[in-house]
Design a protein around this ligand. Structure first.
Ligand code: MN
Length: 508
């Protein structure tokens, strides 16, 4: 089990006192809330929460996200009231924990037509990108321990991971998460293909790895000679699932795939990237048509790098990826990590920290910035100075918000996503009503609709449905559509069914 100290150490930007206090408080709160609960693996449930927090720390997330990560199952699995979360940790953390809880209720039923809706819905419901990232971290730890889950459930969870979570991680540009999710899910979804790809990769790996090391050294030498110093190189092995996808596209012709292993050259600036590309091309002949400038033309998920594939001179072919340090961080941890946006610490979220909590985090202060000269907050029973300071922090406009807005703009201009009580997703145009919902499920349901509930409450049939609503249709044998419905319905499909019904049941 990761200790509090370990989690704090993993954070990219060491938290200040208030950040550390917040994480300490949620750490102990979660430990208490899940006391006695066990995972299928036999581990304590709390381990799942500290592991989730560790993943978030590695992804470069701040104290609020990490705290929410520690608390993410406290409503659903420990019966903590969301009011309690708000009282103890503030509105923002409550919002994040509730968001993760809601996402957890979505069920993927493997129906092809739901996949895209479900992905979109995830983003819609996430409102705040952090909800999605916590959910991804949660899923990553669940995938790492999938072998302990009942056999029947394994495949469903793995498939859901491949279809929903991994593509979302990719879309957010968090390649590191995307790769691991895919490779963990792959053997459960396609066990035979997994073995095949593993064999191929093993063989290829042995052939090439020593060669790769030689090439890497030659590159460093060549670049140093031409004045590019301050470079960092390594190599990466293509993920098993990603290789599998490519093999399928190339009819399993392994020799047609040049990027199983790639050398990476990481340099300080963009200009260095192009300089390195030039130098490499002056030493080795590039393969025509395989020079890709993702710096000038980034991939839709924000990925930037220069790729080239060269003849190494001894009959083999190798891909080289060139990028700046910023680009490298973005490629692994997502575009949002780059913005270094500051989470605004909500004063409410930690003002309830008791002295006990504060004492817990005190030994950890060496990781954070030192107090700005003032007296130790511990010595007084009052609101510590640093807590008052917090009130002054302005949120500022951050690009993180723009980013999620952009993603959502694509998806949600014209659609709302609502659920059946079983959790199936129904995708409707905006301003749709329960009538549209009923007909979207089945014309018989529409034709016999007697009423509708949204979120468990009876509503009138002209109620406009909102993203995330759970809609339940009550049906009666003798209920039937009325001509008024034609004005209320939004979808062509509903209108068509209503008209047909009215035509067929005309009274003269
Ligand atoms: Mn969880």
């Amino acid at each position: 089990m990761a200790t509090l100290e370990e989690i704090l150490k993993l954070m990219k930007n060491p938290p200040d006192e208030k950040g550390a206090a917040l994480i300490a408080k949620s750490y102990h709160f979660a430990e208490e809330a899940h006391k006695g609960q066990k995972r299928f693996s036999g581990d304590s449930y709390f381990l799942h929460l500290t592991e989730t927090a560790k993943i978030l720390a590695i992804l470069g997330k701040g104290p609020i996200t990490i705290a929410a990560g520690l608390l993410h199952d406290s409503i659903e699995d420990a019966g903590v009231a969301s009011e309690t979360i708000e009282k103890e940790f503030g509105k923002e953390i409550k919002f994040l924990v509730e968001g993760v809880t809601k996402l957890g209720k979505l069920r993927y039923r493997g129906a092809e037509r739901y996949v895209e809706s479900l992905r979109k819905l995830f983003v819609a419901m996430s409102q705040d990108l952090r909800v999605l990232i916590i959910k991804l971290a949660d899923r990553l730890h669940n995938m790492r321990t999938l072998q302990y889950v009942r056999k029947e459930k394994q495949k469903r969870i793995a498939l859901e991971t491949l279809e929903i979570y991994a593509p979302l991680a990719y879309r957010l540009g968090i390649r590191k998460l995307n790769r691991e999710l895919e490779d963990l899910a792959f053997p459960f979804v396609h066990p035979e293909d997994y073995k095949k790809v593993e064999e191929i990769l093993k063989k290829k790996h042995r052939e090439t790895i020593s060669h790769l090391e030689k090439l890497r050294k030659t590159i460093v030498k060549g670049l140093t000679k031409s004045g590019v110093t301050n470079i960092h190189t390594d190599y990466r092995v293509k993920g098993l699932y990603s290789l599998y996808k490519k093999l399928e596209r190339k009819n399993w012709d392994i020799d047609g795939i040049y990027d199983i292993l790639a050398v990476r050259v990481i340099v300080p600036t963009i200009e260095d990237c192009y300089r390195v590309l030039g130098t490499i091309h002056s030493i080795w002949r590039p393969l025509p048509g395989r020079i890709k400038d993702y710096i000038a033309f980034p991939k839709p998920n924000g990925y930037r790098s220069l790729h080239t594939t060269i003849f190494t001179g001894d009959g083999s072919i190798m891909e080289i990826q060139i990028r700046s340090e910023d680009m490298h961080r973005e490629a692994e941890y997502g575009v949002v990590s780059h913005f270094g946006y500051k989470e605004k610490l909500d004063i409410d979220s930690i003002k309830n920290a008791t002295m006990a909590w504060v004492k817990q985090f005190l030994p950890l202060l060496s990781f954070g910035e030192k107090l700005n000269g003032s007296a130790s907050p511990i010595s007084t029973g009052d609101v510590p100075a640093w807590l008052r300071e917090l009130a002054k922090i302005e949120s500022g406009k951050n690009q993180h918000e723009d980013f999620i807005k952009e993603i959502k703009a694509d998806f949600f201009k014209t659609r709302v996503f609502v659920f059946t009580p079983k959790g199936d997703v129904v995708d409707l145009p905006t301003d749709s009503t329960p009538i549209d919902f009923a007909y979207a499920i089945h014309s018989d349901i529409g034709d016999h609709m007697a009423g509708a509930k949204v979120g468990g409450k009876l509503v009138s049939l002209d109620t406009v449905l909102k993203n995330g609503d759970i809609v339940e249709i009550r049906v009666k044998e003798n209920a039937k559509p009325s001509s008024k419905w034609l004005d209320i319905a939004k979808t062509t499909m509903a209108k068509k069914h209503i008209k047909t019904y009215l035509e067929n049941h005309k009274r003269f």
